[in-house]
Structures are given as C-alpha cells and as structure tokens.
Design a protein around this ligand. Structure first.
Ligand code: ADP
Length: 178
C-alpha cells in the first residue's frame, strides 16, 4: 500500500512497512532523551544498524524532547539516522502538540543542513509514548507539508508506518489536509 502527493517538486509518500529497510538518505528514530535505545522502532534501528550508531549516541549523550541529533546509519541502507525525541502523551494539554511538531521540524532542518535529499519518518510518539495516532498524524503531516512548501531542497519525505491500522489513519489524515 502506498499513497503519494506532490508538494512543489517534492514528494510526500506514505507506505506500510519497516523503516529499518528504507533506502532514503536518512531514517528518523523515535528515540528517548538519553539516546539509550529501547523498545519499538528505536530497538529495531539499533538491532539492524549495529553498534556504530550507539557508539555515536553515547558520545552525543542525549537529546531534549522536541530536538534532533544525527548519527551514522551503521549497517542500515540509510546513510544516517536522525534521532528525535517526541513527547510522552499525557492529556494533550502539556505542550504535546508543540513538541511533536518540533520533533518533525528539527529533523527536517537537520536533514536540510546536511544536504540530504530524502528522509523517512516513523509515527513518532504513537507507540510506547501513547500519542493518539490520528492527532499525531495530523501534526506530523502538516509539519512536513508546510516545510516542503517553503523549502525545495528535500526531494522525498516518506512516512513508513508499521501496520495497516497506522497506515490507514495516516492516509485518512493526509486526505483531509490536501
Ligand atoms: P514512541 O516511544 O515514540 O511512541 P515507538 O517505537 O514505541 O515510539 O512507536 C512509534 C511507532 O513506530 C509506532 O507506530 C510503532 O508501531 C512503530 N514501529 C515500531 N517498529 C517499527 C519499525 N521497525 N518500522 C517502522 N515503525 C515501527
């Protein structure tokens, strides 16, 4: 399954799958603030990418919520991993939306600053961190669409969604936004 829209000359696409198989210049990791690895997509990226990624994470030391840092992609097809930290969802009134937007925006800015042309995102914060998928999808997609409308350097942004349910919700939210 895949959906695709064009924004200026760039492509925004949604696919169902495992982000560790992606061949974009960078994949984004839904990391934690200590960059310590963990469950979910974070664990999968470190397992597939090998120890070089953790070695750099240790050197960097940490990443505040809503910010992003970059490491090698190790053994992954992607050359880089951009580690960003999404918010833990409490009740929606604790600045979650702003932080989730920032996590996406800072990842995009970091990719641009390194001259990267393609980047893949997972559904940040929607697993262990508990963000309702429809709300997270709206924020994630809107942030990317706005960015691509204003910046032409990134040619491809792909959301790689784990499971049909998440994919379907992202598709629905994308349809509402365009
Ligand atoms: P968070 O702590 O930010 O909530 P999680 O890793 O728990 O991060 O979940 C974020 C999203 O990533 C969830 O939708 C989860 O299903 C998904 N996910 C887990 N493993 C993978 C993977 N290998 N590729 C893409 N998405 C994944």
């Amino acid at each position: 399954m895949a959906a695709e829209v064009k924004i200026n000359e760039s492509i925004l696409s949604l696919v169902e799958g495992d982000i560790t198989n992606e061949n974009t210049d960078a994949i984004v990791n839904a990391a934690n603030a200590r960059l310590a690895g963990g469950a979910g997509v974070d664990g999968a990226i470190h397992r597939m990418g090998g120890p070089a990624i953790m070695k750099e994470c240790r050197k960097i030391g940490g990443c505040p919520t809503g910010q992003a840092v970059i490491t090698t992609g190790g053994n992954l097809k992607a050359k880089y991993v951009i580690h960003t930290v999404g918010p833990v969802y409490k009740d929606g009134t604790k600045g979650e939306a702003k932080l989730l937007k920032s996590a996406h925006l800072e990842s995009l800015k970091l990719a641009s600053s390194r001259g990267l042309k393609s980047i893949s995102f997972p559904a940040i914060s929607t697993g262990v961190y508990g963000y309702p998928v429809n709300e997270a999808a709206n924020i994630a997609l809107k942030t990317v669409i706005d960015y691509l409308q204003e910046h032409t350097d990134i040619e491809l942004v792909r959301f790689v969604l784990f499971g049909n349910e998440t994919y379907d919700i992202f598709s629905e939210e994308l349809r509402k936004l365009i």
